[in-house]
Design a protein around this ligand. Structure first.
Ligand code: HEC
Ligand code: HEC
Length: 469
């Protein structure tokens, strides 16, 4: 009896312990599970938070960061001296754009009513001081005059929607400024000797007047990023489908649209340079003369890059504590990939019925899709082709490490075709040097080069499709 009792007590105690243990275990487990799922959603929240912060930081860098390049544009070339005496009317004629968001309501009203004196250089300085001139960052003396000036990515790679007045409106980041005459602006710099000295590395006889001639030959919406690597100012013979279409054409290329680039492997007009962030580092350090680090041993090839090889432009290095570029590359890259292509409006920007027929041609008879693969509009993978494949001259291709042309993005072509957000005379211009004035010229040329046998109606439909992308 006693034994049976002891046994029951033991079972009861064991059962109670087991239940208690289970309860504690279950509670712990539930707490751990809750903790884990919280942590997991915390990971997701951190990603979201990070992407918002990256876009925010990248936008600021893209718009306002000079990377310390005022030591070149201001302190060395003395461009600020020109800006100190530049009337706004001349600044606007050179293609500089004004962000209305940065202006006070009373100033916007005065502009709308034509009450602002566009002949007064003090107005130019005021606009720069308010951070409203796209891509231009001023450093001021106590008396309101500029003591230096720096440039940002936004100078070439953004424009405005003209909502207040021509050249004045809301910013459009990433859209090329087709009115900006970069060459003419640089040509006004009081001290061009550093540019001459650099180019002398390729051609000892070069003078300031030679450099001025080159800069003034570019025209609006163009820049020659390779000039300071190879010293080649002109394409001796522009050829399309075996026909010479120009002699000694300036080597400058159109400023490309920098929206809708996510998913593209290689970048810029020509092949082999690298990704967006490769080009960002290159431009910030080598072209804009920001204070940073850039490495590319391919520039040591003196046959292809005589200037870059002699000046060791592929080996620029600064102390990490003084580097004003490298730490900004991640956010800048992220922001650029976040810029969506502008969307055309059916029946306004293109004819939907014709575009639907053009869609069939694009991936059918016209064979465009074999390179401009829908919906990326470039090849997923190695997106470049030789000049021979394209049946055009290889001048520009041979200035790049890959000796090739990149299959360009087609999203947002309607902006250029329709001449939106630009002076009417600068509308159109396709291919790297703008050799085709209109999209119909492009379609005609592909038709001839690749013997596509397209009828006039089919070319028209193909153009409407291109405008719909
Ligand atoms: C003086 C005008 C100018 C400035 C300033 C400038 N760019 Fe560019 N950018 C160009 C031109 C011209 C090209 C085409 C170069 C080529 O293909 O040879 C280009 C190409 C690019 C491309 C490749 C786009 C594509 O189609 O894939 C990127 C990305 C880019 N620039 C980023 C930047 C960034 C970031 C900055 C600031 C650090 C900057 N650029 C400053 C003129 C400019
Ligand atoms: C063999 C590959 C290939 C094929 C096929 C091809 N393209 Fe292209 N396309 C390119 C390359 C490469 C470029 C850039 C050329 C340059 O740098 O000047 C380009 C540029 C363009 C441009 C100019 C983009 C700009 O920003 O100026 C348009 C428009 C275009 N192609 C439309 C077409 C159409 C329409 C077809 C079919 C009829 C077609 N392409 C077929 C490779 C191709």
């Amino acid at each position: 009896m006693k034994r049976k009792f002891t046994c029951t007590i033991a079972v009861l105690i064991f059962g109670a312990c087991a239940m208690l243990y289970y309860a504690v275990w279950a509670q712990r487990n539930a707490a751990a599970f809750a903790d884990d799922s919280q942590r997991r959603s915390g990971f997701d929240a951190a990603v979201l938070q990070n992407s918002l912060q990256m876009v925010e930081d990248g936008r600021k860098i893209f718009r306002f960061d000079t990377f310390g390049d005022e030591s070149f544009w201001g302190d060395t070339l003395h461009l600020h001296q020109v800006l100190n005496t530049l009337p706004p009317s001349t600044a606007l004629a050179l293609g500089l754009k004004i962000d209305s968001h940065a202006l006070s309501p009373s100033l916007i009203e005065a502009i709308k009513q034509g009450k602002v004196n566009l002949g007064d250089p003090a107005v130019t300085r005021l606009l720069i001081k308010q951070n409203s001139v796209l891509g231009v960052v001023g450093f001021f003396n106590g008396n309101g005059t500029l003591r230096s000036v720096g440039l940002t990515c936004a100078l070439c790679h953004s424009t405005v929607d003209d909502s207040v007045a021509p050249n004045i409106g809301r910013r459009i980041d990433g859209l090329a400024n087709r009115d900006l005459n970069v060459g003419a602006i640089v040509a006004t710099a009081p001290n061009l000797q550093p540019v001459v000295d650099l180019l002398k590395l390729a051609d000892a006889g070069i003078t300031v007047s030679d450099v001025l001639k080159v800069l003034n030959s570019w025209g609006p919406g163009k820049f020659d990023a390779e000039l300071f690597l190879d010293g080649k100012a002109t394409n001796p013979q522009q050829v399309t489908n075996g026909v010479v279409t120009g002699m000694n054409v300036p080597g400058a290329t159109l400023i490309p649209n920098a929206r809708g680039l996510a998913g593209h492997n290689l970048h810029t007009w020509t092949g082999g340079w690298g990704t967006v962030t490769y080009w960002n580092a290159f431009v910030a350090v080598v072209e804009m003369h920001g204070v940073g680090t850039f490495f590319d041993p391919r520039f040591d090839d003196a046959a292809q890059f005589p200037v870059a090889a002699a000046a060791h432009l592929g080996h620029i290095s600064v102390d990490p504590d003084h580097d004003q570029v490298t730490g900004k590359l991640p956010a800048l890259h992220f922001f650029q990939l976040a810029l969506p292509a502008l969307k055309p409006r059916p029946a306004i920007d293109f004819d939907p019925a014709a575009a639907a027929r053009g869609d069939e041609l694009f991936s059918g008879k016209a064979n465009c899709n074999s390179c401009h693969h829908e919906p990326l509009w470039t090849e997923p993978g190695w997106n470049q082709h030789s000049a021979d494949e394209l049946k055009i001259d290889g001048f520009e291709a041979d200035r790049a490490p890959g000796h090739a042309y990149r299959t360009m993005n087609l999203a947002g072509l309607f902006v250029r075709e329709r001449g939106l957000f630009m002076h009417p005379e600068n509308k159109g211009g396709f291919y790297h040097d703008g050799r085709f004035k209109t999209l119909l010229d492009v379609a005609n040329s592909y038709n001839d080069r690749f013997s596509l046998g397209l009828t006039d109606q089919e070319k028209h439909d193909l153009v409407e499709y291109l405008k719909s992308l």
